[in-house]
Design a protein around this ligand. Structure first.
Ligand SMILES: NC(=O)c1ccc[n+]([C@@H]2O[C@H](COP(=O)([O-])OP(=O)(O)OC[C@H]3O[C@@H](n4cnc5c(N)ncnc54)[C@H](O)[C@@H]3O)[C@@H](O)[C@H]2O)c1
Length: 255
């Protein structure tokens, strides 16, 4: 077996369509020699159908990251397919409609709490659920939309992403002694199912397409997936608590 991820055993969350960032990660990872186990949320038969489109069909395990029973049994269910994990991909995000779209000042706490539970706290929950399977160290990678700035309409999802970025730095600090790295990839806007629920998404699309120094293809998740695979590989052995931008360079210049 040869390739960047030869011999790596990976758990990839977040596939719902073949446009999902997680689908591209799973595809590239398999092509690079990894064994991939997927998790699916809710519409399991749909995820199983999408999984069959991968170069090698991947097993799908049910995981709602807010369900403690699912988290508690995750390691034993993953162990039915692989004997350990070298990498985990968190490609999960959700916010109720009231948390997006310009009603930031009125959003009730219950909706903010749901956004933070699914999109932020789950990064820690997933890492801890996988820890028993990562006894040889490994790499955890999350997906963010650079939350160091406030964007019109992104609202509490931006706050949740800022929390995710911070949670990744804390995991890097607490899990470093286990040889586990934690990093996030800050992707530019991509046309996925999650993106469809973000009001004003077309504003992001126009800004990145027009101003990213390298240009930006809204329909191509592969550059993002490549960065995730690189961080899962042995080629970033001393990098943790980092945020890698994959946005055509948009973040680096004033619009
Ligand atoms: N699309 C973009 O423009 C963009 C840009 C930067 C970062 N991201 C991030 O990338 C990640 C993946 O999103 P995507 O764009 O591929 O969209 P997507 O809709 O394909 O994936 C989102 C996934 O989150 C899962 N999910 C939602 N609630 C869950 C729960 N309770 N438990 C487990 N899984 C749950 C969904 O099932 C889905 O698979 C998200 O964190 C998103 O915020 C997306």
């Amino acid at each position: 077996m040869s390739g960047l991820l030869a011999g790596k055993r990976l758990l990839v969350t977040g596939v719902i369509t073949d446009a999902s960032i997680a689908f591209s990660v799973a595809k590239l990872a398999q092509e690079a020699g990894a064994t991939v186990v997927l998790t699916g949320f809710g519409r399991l038969s749909l995820v199983e159908r999408i999984a069959k489109r991968l170069p090698q069909p991947a097993p799908v395990i049910e995981l709602d990251v807010t369900n403690q029973e699912h988290l508690d049994s995750l390691a034993s269910r993953v162990r039915e397919h692989v004997d350990g994990l070298d990498g985990v991909v968190h490609s999960i995000g959700f916010a109720p409609q009231s948390a997006l779209g310009g009603t930031f000042l009125e959003t009730p706490w219950e909706d903010v709490a749901q956004a933070v539970h699914v999109s932020t706290f789950s990064y820690k929950s997933l890492a801890m659920a996988c820890l028993p399977m990562m006894d040889q160290g490994g790499s955890i990678v999350g997906l963010t939309f650079d939350a160091t700035k406030a964007y019109p309409l992104y609202d509490w999802m931006g706050v949740a992403k800022a929390g995710l970025e911070s949670a990744s730095r804390y995991l890097a600090m607490y899990l470093g002694k286990h040889g586990i790295r934690s990093n996030v990839v800050a992707a530019g806007p991509l046309r996925t199912m999650a993106a469809k629920s973000i009001p004003g998404f077309s504003n992001f699309e126009d800004a990145y397409s027009q101003h990213a120094p390298l240009g930006w293809d809204l329909n191509d998740p592969e550059p993002t997936a490549r960065a995730v695979c690189a961080l899962l590989s042995d080629w970033f052995p001393a990098t943790t608590g980092e945020m890698v931008h994959v946005d055509g360079g948009y973040h680096s210049r004033a619009a």
